[in-house]
Design a binder for this molecule. Sequence first.
Ligand code: ATP
Ligand code: MG
Length: 350
Amino acid sequence: MLELIGVTKKYGEVAAVQSCTLTVNTGEFVTLLGPSGSGKSTLLSLIAGFTPLTEGTMLLDGRDISRVSAAERGIGVVFQNYALFPHMTIFENVAYGLHRRRWTTDRIRQRVEEMLELIGLPQIAKRRPDQLSGGQQQRVALARALAFQPSLLLMDEPLGALDREIRDQMQQEIRRIHREARPSVVYVTHNREEAFALSDRVAILESGQVRAYDTAHTLYTRPANRFVASFFGAHQLFPAKAKARDGALEVSALDTTARMTAPGTPDGDVLLAIGARDIMPANGAASGLSVPVRIDDVVYMGDTTRLICRHGPSSTRIISEVDSHLAQGLSIGSDTVLDVRLERAALVAA
Ligand SMILES: Nc1ncnc2c1ncn2[C@@H]1O[C@H](COP(=O)(O)OP(=O)(O)OP(=O)(O)O)[C@@H](O)[C@H]1O
Ligand SMILES: [Mg+2]
């Protein structure tokens, strides 16, 4: 549906987006995720047509839109700072794109009512934007972008300014709207949980380049490289050696060795990538690597508790996160053995 081929944007000598190649299927929800400055907003702005390309081609439904003006692309946009028109009522804001597309008055009224219903704010048509909360304004911006039924919707951190509760609610809202209206979506965030919750596929950006593009599940469980493992998976990385033996891998890390079955993973010098939730006090029965540690800190986080540990002569830092009821009795300064559960780990190239 949307095809980006070698898309590049340079500011002087610096490439904000570099040779980006990406396909978005019809109805697909794609998230761009990456650290600050990695090129997410620039890429979105290139697709929207707000920023001219330096190099590359963009196809929308097979049509080359690389040099087409933003207005003619017919793409819906919700940008964080792409505010509502302050002098217009909410009704007029949502109706704006419909007037421009010469819909009849009756059809416009019906559609605006439908959209305000969809965002759960049917009573506010006559108000002005400054009479709404930030979260409500953001929902209206969403309604405005969706009103003319764009086949492609672009959103740049639309929930960035909202507090946790409204954010979660809006996330559900976006999921529902996507299910019902079925636009293709390119969504920008630097919040992993949001990417997990919303996306069919996630593109991980680093320094203007797409470092991986896959389902959140695959990126999380089988990260393609160390950047994806640490940035997206929030995995800890430990130097390891892997050797194929009898149809399994023998993995040595943290001064101990255990077997793991991991199809298609590299061997030799690698990095063992694993999440804190997959490292836990062994209680005598380790299923993976058995690693003796000293507990440096015990951090209560509500449902879970984080154990900040240190292992061996070089004091390798290992973080374990366990259900809080399992952490009772573990105290700062005490020794314990951690079970690094290899069946949940991934190996990436060093
Ligand atoms: N108009 C501009 N002129 C020069 N450099 C720019 C311009 N816009 C963006 N850049 C640079 O391009 C790079 C990518 O910026 P971009 O805004 O796309 O990042 P981002 O991933 O959206 O970051 P954030 O998460 O902070 O919003 C940055 O290094 C930025 O400084
Ligand atoms: Mg940005």
